[in-house]
Design a protein around this ligand. Sequence first.
Ligand SMILES: Cc1ncc(COP(=O)(O)O)c(C=O)c1O
Length: 436
Amino acid sequence: MHDFLNDTRFAGIKRFEKKLWLSSPTMHGEEQHWVDEAIQTNWVSTVGANINEVEKLMAEYVGVKYAVGLSCGTSALHLATKLAGEKLYGQARPNAGTLQGHRVFCSDVTFDASINPVAYEDGEAVFIDTERDTWNMDPAALEKAFELYPEVKLVVVAHLYGTPGKMDEIKAICDRHGALIVEDAAESLGAKYRLNGQWVETGALGDYNAISFNGNKIITGSAGGLFLTDSREDADKVRKWSTQSREAAPWYQHEEIGYNYRMSNIIAGVIRGQIPHLDEHIAQKKAIYERYREGFKGLPVSMNPIDFENSIPNYWLSCMIIDGDAMAPMVRGEQDYLYRSEPGKSSPHEILDAIAAFNAEGRPIWKPMHMQPIYRTHAFITVEGNGRGRSNAYIAGSGVDVGADIFRRGLCLPSDNKMTAEQQAVVIEIIKRCFR
Ligand SMILES: Cc1ncc(COP(=O)(O)O)c(C=O)c1O
């Protein structure tokens, strides 16, 4: 790697003694209290007051009737997706998922945990390209996808980095086609969207909704997730599936496949201690976003875009994207990369390497699912229709691929809510000097 610490462009900048994280857990003290209480009262399994409280408080916060505590966001998304499949296509057999033989439209630029549950349920994900206004699923590409696959009845939508997508348009398209929505609000707890003039929390916008309390999220339990719904029947079903699908018999009797997905009361204690700090964390993350936006003025970059009129993000991660004409050469293989410095230009990997050299953590944008080796054979739909195989050796220019472009030019910045304004000013200075 390039020796950034001895590069004259960075003269006078000192390496951070303590690492600046992308987004690390922030504990406050109450967490310890609820965990200790669980241990002292011996409620250390998957039942107890902490789980009940987390479910109650979070359902109230998000504005849904029921929340079911699960082991992680991925298990919440799995059961949400399974339930949607069961509603659409009937009960699964033990050896075949509820989506077998069916396509599902999915966000493309997201963590694979959003959409892997489609495969767990034996469905086939079809990836929908991204728009430039919020970096989420493009409604125009979704509309195109329904033209190509009118039989599709399920859409999995994620809100990237805490910024809600264009849910009014996405919901209207889904309604028109009779499709259900699985909402992945793992990254966006506390973010709001104006739907038909009403502010609604993410996690309450889909037919089946999931959030995550993973260690890097806006609040954490070290792990944990919630399934969120207004349907009592759906909540009961998810609770049953998550505790091995036990029937009402004195012995372990099973009519359905079960999972060990329930939240632990110890984990729930950590989450319970974090809940009072959710709004404070959002305010800290917002300040981080605004300081970056201010600090980058004059640089050929912009921040991850937000639709301020229709959404209030939770600002989970601050991201930036380099202007196309300020991109220095950079290439990526499947597991490695190479770049060159050029005056006035930079690249995501130069910036990530530079801040890493000074002991700060950033990250590339989620690599789009349609570019992932495992999903390379799956359809990818853009505003132009089929997004695969669009280049032509005999015709100049290739097709639209917004997700690939954001992945190429964008990156996630250190966004830890314990980062001080002074430390952030140094990160901004390092990034500025990358463009020298
Ligand atoms: C968009 C998205 N979906 C799903 C998940 C999965 O959540 P978990 O790690 O709690 O399983 C995460 C984060 O980890 C995520 O960022």
